[in-house]
Design a protein around this ligand. Structure first.
Ligand code: BJW
Ligand code: ZN
Length: 257
């Protein structure tokens, strides 16, 4: 554990009063949810995630894109929060103030007990009409159907196709979520960035904003990322091991405070 958590990280978290935790797909990797850049495994391998996560792809081939999201939703439905998610909820319960900002479209933070994660990129569980934006019911869960095209349901109000409630490339982030994230970030004294490649904007600016406003930045990631440059401490390892070790080192465990 000493190796996983240097003293500097323990001191920063132990003394922080306002902590923002900023998470990406690596947070859920050890729950068995592929990261965004690994999301096209198996039968999906011949596609490009960055091309599929666009409104153009949905217009061109709605059944292909809807099928990809249904497959991913079924994986998330079967996944369980990992010790990293539990550690995040434990940190939130222990620090005086803060926020959890996630780029993830899964619901594993909520299921781990985090009270109000801010979802910058939407959710797999909030489908809506592509035309009138009316919320649509989440379809009943089926067996994961890798590589299967699934025609999207139709809107009950206007019959247009229903789309996943996520933020695709070229789309604006939900205004309220982005404002809440920036507001929390610009007044925190510690930002913990976990499991993100730091490649996708404007979300990748969050750790940079924190640093610009004088907060310390701790990064948890097994790999180097562009965020290494803004991080005061880089904890190289999987979130499901590093975060529980960090909580243990600061407070002696992840049991409810
Ligand atoms: C582990 C681990 C373990 C593994 N433990 N870690 C400025 C500069 C350049 C480009 C742009 C710019 N501003 C905007 C753009 C364009 C674009 C963009 O950023 N492009 C870049 C690719 C260059 N951005 C946009 O288009 C955004 N919209 C926008 O700017 O709109 C402008 C506008 C304004 C007003 C009106 C209209 C428009 C929207 C971006 C939306 C991104 N959406 C996605 C898809 C969501 C749905 C889905 O999931 O399908 O969100 S893309 C994808 O990337 C997803 C993720 O949330 C996001 C970030 O990915 P993340 O989480 O970092 O995952 P990975 O896979 O990249 O990395 C995983 C990491 O985990 C790795 O580092 C591993 O090492 C690590 N890891 N195991 C810890 N066990
Ligand atoms: Zn509609």
């Amino acid at each position: 554990m000493g190796q996983l958590v240097p003293r500097e990280a323990v001191a920063l978290l132990g003394q922080a009063r306002r902590v923002v935790i900023f998470t990406g797909a690596g947070m859920s990797a050890e729950s068995g949810v592929p990261t965004f850049r690994d999301a096209l495994t198996g039968l999906w391998q011949r596609f490009d995630a960055q091309a599929l996560a666009t409104s153009q792809a949905f217009r061109d081939d709605p059944a292909l894109v809807w099928g990809w999201y249904e497959w991913r939703r079924s994986i998330v439905g079967r996944a369980r929060p990992n010790p990293g998610h539990l550690a995040v909820a434990a940190i939130e319960a222990r620090v005086p103030d803060g926020a959890l900002v996630t780029q993830n479209v899964d619901d594993l933070h909520e299921r781990a007990g985090s009270p109000a994660p801010v979802h910058l990129h939407g959710s797999l569980f909030a489908p809506r009409c592509v035309a009138c934006a009316h919320p649509a019911p989440v379809p009943a869960e089926e067996e994961p159907a890798e590589g299967r095209r699934v025609p999207p349901p139709r809107c009950a109000h206007c019959s247009a196709p229903v789309r996943p409630g996520v933020v695709w490339f070229g789309e604006a982030l939900p205004q309220e979520a982005l404002a809440a994230a920036v507001e929390a970030t610009s007044s925190c004294d510690l930002l913990l960035t976990v499991g993100t490649s730091g490649l996708v904007y404007p979300a990748a600016e969050i750790p940079q904003v924190a640093a610009r406003f004088g907060a310390a930045v701790i990064q948890v990631n097994p790999e180097e990322t562009p965020l290494d440059a803004v991080a005061d401490v880089n904890l190289r390892g999987p979130a499901a091991r590093v975060l529980p070790a960090l909580v243990e080192a600061v407070w002696g465990g992840t049991d409810p405070a």
